[in-house]
Design a protein around this ligand. Structure first.
Ligand code: HEC
Length: 152
């Protein structure tokens, strides 16, 4: 007898059972994956929207404390431009508005607001106030001369 081994019926049956369980689990995971793919983007969109809402809420308090005295409680303008203007909101990107707020406009009453430029606001607070301003856009009034109060 050149080669012989003992067979263990019970071990073999148990191995086959577990292999079957493995195959079934694999098939289940493969079947569930498309649902995950379908669900994931909407979960991400919701998270992004929730973050924008939270950011804009924080921005509201920054606006009232630091900006409303010159730009108006609702952005309608006072000694500073009317930032609720549809024309302003359409012409400025978030990045442009954020930079302008961070750095200010030298030689005017529009100060630099970022900590880096000697102002009081963190970059998170600047992002939040930009989100707050941006949230006006859907209902923004027509104010083509949003800098009119500056006399120029
Ligand atoms: C002391 C008054 C004052 C305060 C406070 C103030 N601003 Fe201004 N802001 C101005 C004036 C004046 C200008 C216009 C400067 C110019 O171009 O002559 C201006 C311009 C701007 C502009 C550019 C508008 C445009 O037409 O391009 C933005 C954006 C802006 N301010 C945002 C803010 C935000 C956000 C805050 C609060 C963090 C703020 N400002 C606080 C006076 C102020």
């Amino acid at each position: 007898m050149p080669y012989s081994y003992q067979t263990d019926e019970e071990l073999e049956a148990s191995t086959n059972r577990w292999m079957l369980v493995g195959v079934v689990l694999l098939a289940l995971m493969a079947a569930v994956f498309p649902f995950y793919r379908w669900y994931e983007p909407s979960a991400r969109t919701e998270a992004r929207e929730a973050q924008a809402v939270a950011l804009a809420a924080e921005g509201g308090s920054v606006w009232q404390t630091s900006c409303s005295s010159c730009h108006g409680v609702n952005g309608e303008g006072a000694i500073g431009p009317a930032l609720n203007s549809k024309q302003f909101l359409q012409s400025a990107t978030d990045a442009q508005a954020g930079t302008l707020i961070a750095v200010g406009i030298p030689g005017t009453q529009m100060n630099a607001y970022s900590l880096d430029h000697g102002g009081p606001l963190t970059s998170e607070q600047i992002r939040s106030v930009v989100a707050y301003i941006r949230a006006w856009e859907p209902d923004a009034p027509d104010v083509p001369e949003w800098r009119a109060m500056l006399g120029g």
